[in-house]
Design a protein around this ligand. Structure first.
Ligand SMILES: [Mn+2]
Length: 256
């Protein structure tokens, strides 16, 4: 429930007229014989999100999706995965590159990027998966062995925390050949000193000021076609209040 509390806390600080709430199933869901925990819920949430995204698209708007865990990107990135012109900037301490076979937890949020790249349960893989060359890992620093092996094998583009800069990001988007961007931000890409309300903190992360400055610089050259902010899971209302200024700075960089 902490993820629900986090999403609601963010929503309460956004203009109601610009906000669409996507209801999620209250029941836990069923794996339906797969190695993906709660697969039926993942499918139901994806389909509800796609409906909302299509409505916005028809109105000529792009969407900033507020999670939820990283699983919400299945719909939000999946809605643009067929576009060669979109680079996905994956700001996340974790690469989320597990397959159902390699995942130690069976939790879908650790498989979502790999699923978007075409490897995963057939009920979840998009009709046209993302192209490897369009994905850029940013600040990703907690790989499990199978994920590291895959990323090395396919040569996934990556910008480490130490190498992070607006220039590095611009160069990576240019190298991908894309002309627009989707920006995924799992809040755990930030250093744990910057944010408290996350479930899987990893040391040596990015700071909010460098992330917002880089996003502003990149989006001045490459328009944003979608974005997501995920994994806000405050332990208490006080913690939510403390973190909201950080989250609102990220939202401001993406949207203004
Ligand atoms: Mn993460």
């Amino acid at each position: 429930m902490r993820l629900v509390d986090g999403a609601q806390a963010i929503r309460d600080d956004l203009p109601a007229s610009a906000t669409v709430t996507v209801d999620i199933p209250l029941e836990a869901g069923d794996s339906q014989g797969s190695a993906v925990d709660r697969l039926s819920s993942v499918v139901a949430v994806r389909d509800s999100q796609l409906q909302a995204l299509n409505t916005l698209k028809a109105a000529g708007d792009w969407a900033l999706t507020i999670g939820g865990d990283c699983g919400v990107e299945l719909a939000s990135i999946g809605a643009v995965s067929d576009r060669d012109d979109v680079a996905v900037l994956w700001f996340d301490a974790h690469p989320d590159l597990h397959t159902p076979d390699s995942s130690p937890s069976a939790a879908f949020h650790g498989m979502v990027l790999r699923t978007l790249l075409g490897d995963g349960d057939e009920r979840l893989v998009p009709a046209t998966p993302l192209r490897l060359q369009n994905v850029i890992l940013v600040g990703t620093r907690a790989f499990e062995d199978d994920e590291a092996a895959y990323a090395a094998e396919v040569g996934l583009r990556s910008i480490s925390t130490a190498d992070f800069s607006a220039q590095a990001l611009l160069a990576a988007v240019e190298a991908s050949g894309a002309t627009s961007i989707y920006v995924h931000i799992d809040l755990d890409v930030l250093d744990p000193a910057e944010i408290q309300g996350i479930g899987f903190p990893e040391p040596f992360g990015l700071n909010t000021a460098e992330v917002t400055a880089a996003i502003r610089e990149v989006k001045a050259r490459f328009p944003i076609v979608g974005a997501g902010i995920t994994e806000f899971a405050p332990a208490s209302p006080e913690q939510a209040t403390d973190d909201l200024s950080t989250i609102l700075r990220l939202i401001g960089a993406l949207t203004r």
